[in-house]
Design a protein around this ligand. Structure first.
Ligand SMILES: [Zn+2]
Ligand SMILES: [Zn+2]
Length: 332
């Protein structure tokens, strides 16, 4: 079990003599006497000693050290005079306190060589490479497929097609736990069965990071999370029927050169109904060089579809916006 809100020892490295892992609360390097200045960062790790000395725990909770603005030496919170030059704390800056979050647990479980975590710079570098590759692909897609040219074209013909999708009613038989049965289902049979279910059983404290207390010590940061457990519970296993509409035959009618195809009529019944309808005019055009292209006009939502279809009469001239795949995007 974790000790509640454990205080851990932090450390710092001496920039002068390179002495490593000096105890955080020490304000001076034990080897060369260099004071711990305000730009020196503390660090800790999960193996760092838990601080149990009551005086150190009290000091840790008192707050961040203040850095003397005259001589640059760190002084403990609550001290009214600098330990080196005797100046007061007025106008001096306190060291920063900050929370450092642990890496999420699932990234620790990610596959990879045991014991090596991807370095931060490596991760960022990888992301940059991915972004650069995506940008190049995007550029190529644009260059080869999206780039358009304008061409003078003449309409050579058109076909207007209407379709109607018929849907058939079917009954599906299924089984599921009571809480997974759709609300529109017809229940046929229920039986009691034991079921392993994930349920919440209170909460648990999870260590999510550590707080740099600004005085050479760190405090573990916890979060309350729901404690989920698998429990055997009695539940209903249900056999049920649901109505599903599946695609049946598709009806279609078409007409050429601006004429309107017959409307599609369908008598719905208990077992069949009308699904999606479409109405599309496919216009073929020819450039001065003699290449043919086609252009789709969706007439299903047009307020005057017959009038719109007449705009694309045989012999009518347009400027066509054509992409590299030969598809007409617009007739102007
Ligand atoms: Zn030193
Ligand atoms: Zn001082």
């Amino acid at each position: 079990m974790w000790a509640a809100m454990a205080i851990r020892m932090g450390y710092w490295d001496c920039p002068s003599c390179k002495h490593k892992r000096i105890d955080g609360p020490d304000a001076e390097c034990p080897t060369c006497g260099q004071p711990r200045e305000d730009d020196i960062e503390f660090y800790t790790d999960d193996d760092a000693a838990v601080v149990e000395d009551p005086e150190l725990v009290r000091q840790a909770r008192l707050g961040a050290d203040w850095n003397c603005q005259y001589c640059g030496v760190d002084n403990k919170a609550g001290k009214v005079e600098c330990q080196t030059c005797g100046a007061g704390p007025d106008g001096s800056k306190s060291r920063e306190q900050r929370v450092i979050m642990d890496a999420p647990a699932d990234s620790e479980a990610a596959p990879g060589p045991a014991g090596t975590a991807p370095s931060e710079s490596g991760g960022k570098g990888g992301l940059l490479v991915v972004l650069a590759v995506l940008a190049v692909i995007g550029g190529l897609v644009w260059f080869f497929f999206m780039r358009t040219t304008d061409a003078k074209v003449t309409v050579t013909g058109s076909t207007w097609t209407k379709t109607l999708q018929v849907e058939k009613r079917t009954i599906e038989k299924k089984e599921a736990w009571a809480d997974q049965v759709p609300s529109d289902a017809k229940i046929i049979k229920k039986k009691k069965k034991k079921r392993l279910k994930r349920v919440q059983d209170g909460t648990k404290k999870v260590k999510v990071g550590k707080k740099d207390l600004g005085n050479g010590m760190f405090e573990d940061v916890y979060e309350k999370r729901p404690n989920m457990v698998d429990k055997k519970v009695k539940d209903h296993w249900v056999s049920y029927e649901v109505i599903r509409w599946i695609q049946g035959k598709q009806m279609r009618s078409d007409a050429k050169d601006g004429a309107e195809p017959a409307d599609l009529e369908f008598q719905a019944s208990k077992k069949k109904r009308v699904g999606k309808r479409t109405s599309v005019l496919v216009v073929t055009v020819k450039t001065a060089e003699g290449t043919s292209h086609s252009y789709d006009v969706d007439l299903s939502k047009a307020s005057d579809p017959a009038g719109k279809a007449k705009r694309y009469k045989k012999g009518q001239k347009f400027v066509a916006e054509i992409n590299r795949m030969g598809k007409v995007l617009e007739l102007k």
